[in-house]
Design a protein around this ligand. Structure first.
Ligand SMILES: *[C@@H]1O[C@H](CO)[C@@H](O)[C@H](O)[C@H]1NC(C)=O
Ligand SMILES: *[C@@H]1O[C@H](CO)[C@@H](O)[C@H](O)[C@H]1NC(C)=O
Ligand SMILES: *[C@@H]1O[C@H](CO)[C@@H](O)[C@H](O)[C@H]1NC(C)=O
Ligand SMILES: *[C@@H]1O[C@H](CO)[C@@H](O)[C@H](O)[C@H]1NC(C)=O
Length: 243
């Protein structure tokens, strides 16, 4: 996956040492889940949806780091595990993507232009390690700001399918994850974030900030931060997904 020159510049200026500055589940220390790992009764019920957020070309910039490859492996393992369920639950992918050659959603005064204005159509594609299963009914939505439901039918789909619980993976933690946790929480969804499947990049945020989001801010809402192992166990314990 090729990254545009401006994005590469942004990425590499932003981090003196990308490998060290990535905030990941065990960097600087392993995230403590909000639900004790000794509890073996977590379930997602039957009306749950799996949200895989902004797993786009930007992933290539971290793929060669230890934290990045662990993130990719954990997230891909989760996505494949979900597709292997009978029946598979609703999976929704979001991508940062804009309309037309002029990227009409971005105005000269839109603050988000500074963040994502350089994303090219090629970079908007889902990173190949993550499989979209159209036969399983997976949905891919374009969004034009941080929140996963910005300018698309996310909320219509969740409502129409009677979803009450959402399980989030994606990058970045301070961007799409935090924004989507808050908004779906306010809309009365039960929100879970899989710590292993989130990552802070391009590395212009100290890893401690990432830890504070997952161990401090999200639990304070309160919403739950769990490990990928807990999420997979909970799916096994959940009823057949209704979708
Ligand atoms: C997931 O994260 C937890 C700590 O938050 C860690 O103990 C566990 O090994 C991680 N799992 C994987 C597959 O990386
Ligand atoms: C889940 O298990 C924990 C510890 O075993 C217990 O304290 C908690 O009440 C249980 N929750 C439910 C909903 O059964
Ligand atoms: C990562 O490694 C692969 C193969 O070693 C290489 O082709 C690719 O350009 C590297 N990506 C980055 C962003 O450095
Ligand atoms: C994750 O890593 C393990 C161990 O290296 C490997 O066996 C497995 O195929 C990987 N999974 C994915 C989805 O890449």
């Amino acid at each position: 996956m090729r990254l545009s020159k401006s994005m590469l510049t942004l990425l590499f200026l932003a981090s003196t040492s990308l490998a060290q500055s990535i905030g990941y589940t065990c960097n600087p220390h392993c995230i403590t889940p909000t639900i004790p790992t000794t509890n073996h009764n977590l379930t997602f019920g039957t009306h749950y949806a799996v949200l895989n957020l902004d797993l786009i070309g930007l992933v290539a910039s971290i793929a060669n780091t230890t934290a990045g490859s662990a993130f990719i492996n954990s997230t891909a393992t989760w996505i494949d595990f979900i597709h292997a369920q009978h029946p598979p639950p609703l999976s929704i992918f979001s991508r940062v993507a804009f309309s037309g050659t002029r990227k009409a959603e971005l105005g000269p005064n839109s603050p988000f232009t500074k963040v994502a204005g350089s994303v090219t159509p090629a970079e908007s594609q889902i990173y190949p390690a993550f499989k979209v299963d159209e036969k399983a009914g997976d949905v891919v939505l374009d969004k034009s700001r941080y929140y996963a439901g910005w300018g698309n039918s996310l909320e219509t789909i969740l409502h129409a399918q009677g979803i009450d619980t959402v399980i989030l993976s994606g990058l970045t933690t301070s961007g799409v994850i935090l924004n989507t946790v808050y908004t779906l929480y306010n809309l009365d969804y039960k929100v879970y974030v899989i710590a292993n499947n989130t990552i802070q990049t391009p590395g212009n945020v100290a890893p401690e900030v990432y830890t504070s989001i997952l161990e401090g801010i999200i639990p304070t809402l309160p919403a739950d931060v769990i490990t990928v192992e807990q999420a997979m166990d909970a799916v096994k314990r959940s009823g057949p997904a209704v979708y």
